[in-house]
Design a protein around this ligand. Structure first.
Ligand code: PSU
Ligand code: MN
Length: 304
């Protein structure tokens, strides 16, 4: 038995050297409310197919690690209220106990590498939380990027995080942070931030070449591609700043800690923006799925 169960279409694509894009599932179970979470998951898969790649949504179901879910599995997961949120620390435990859980960026990268998938699309990665000097809350996503050879396409880091500290940790760990097509780091809901990105690349072809070169050089770890949200979907930073501040304050007052912090903040921001943050979030995930597909297509071409 292989450790990761790939769907028939993912198995075929990988065997033929065709492009595959991995997708995480925590964004479905903990990042968005029902039923928009399922709609988003289906649209992302369709977008990847329309751009010439095969989608592989990753999750643990009844102890088995899947890469590529059936529509029924996807729908089930989207409605599973008590799904575990799995990172590097708990992936194997969930499998050993026959549990069901959604994978974070870290656990999705681990599964993607196991399956032989190079590229992964998501919305936002975990990072260094505001106040980390007190709480030590630094996502395992950052250390995963330092050690697992997968290129992750996200929309920059969310303003619920301390972006300068997040960039510092990534730099210390040798993770290339590449802004796509602009000089500044995209700020998730907004295209631009006032922070200069460490690196800039303008084509999927170059990003694919850099991914393959890292492997040839023998560098462990992946790349983080920060893809700006489309202009028509962005929410100005000034609109969100007070909302994020309020959600962060409430998390502190209610003693929310550990794994619960990110989902708590996301759902409070959704409530406080009356759903506008969710619309933007879905738009940027689709935009990331497009770029990830282009990168996967280029990697497949360059490996021929
Ligand atoms: N950021 C988002 N949406 C998400 C997440 C982060 O904008 O859904 C999820 C991802 O799965 C990410 C995880 O890997 O939260 C990070 O959680 P933590 O901060 O507990 O490591
Ligand atoms: Mn955390």
């Amino acid at each position: 038995m292989s450790l990761v169960t790939t769907s028939p279409e993912v198995t075929e694509a990988l065997a033929a050297g065709r492009p595959v894009v991995a997708l995480e599932s925590t964004i479905i179970t903990h990042g968005m409310p029902w039923p928009q979470n399922l709609e988003m998951a289906r649209k992302v898969e369709a977008t990847i197919r329309a751009n010439g790649a095969t989608p592989a949504t990753i999750a643990v179901i009844g102890g088995a690690l899947f890469a590529g879910l059936t529509d029924a599995q996807l729908e089930n997961l989207a409605q599973t209220k008590d799904a575990a949120k799995l990172s590097r620390a708990d992936l194997a435990v969930c499998m050993a106990q026959g549990g069901t859980g959604a994978t974070t960026v870290a656990a999705t990268m681990i599964a993607a590498r196991l399956a032989g998938i190079h590229v992964f699309a998501t919305g936002g990665i975990g990072g260094v939380h505001k106040g980390a000097e007190e709480t030590f809350d630094i996502s395992a996503d950052l250390s995963e990027l330092a050690q697992t050879e997968v290129t992750v396409v996200a929309a920059g880091a969310k303003a619920i995080l301390d972006i300068p500290k997040t960039l510092e940790v990534l730099e210390t760990n040798g993770v290339p942070v590449i802004a796509y097509g602009q000089d500044s780091i995209p700020a998730f809901w907004s295209r631009e931030s006032d922070l200069q990105a460490p690196l800039r690349m303008d084509t999927a072809k170059d990003i694919a070449s850099a991914h393959l070169l890292r492997g040839q050089i023998g560098l462990p770890g992946g790349q983080l591609v920060a893809n700006p949200i489309p202009q028509e979907d962005e929410i100005p930073a000034a609109v969100l700043a007070p909302i994020i501040a309020q959600a962060t304050k409430e998390a502190g007052e209610q003693g929310v800690s550990g794994k619960k912090v990110t989902p708590f903040l996301l759902s409070r921001i959704f409530e406080l923006t009356e759903g506008r943050s969710l619309e933007a979030n879905i738009a940027l995930v689709l935009n990331n799925a497009r770029l990830a597909s282009e990168i996967a297509v280029e990697i497949a071409k360059q490996c021929e």
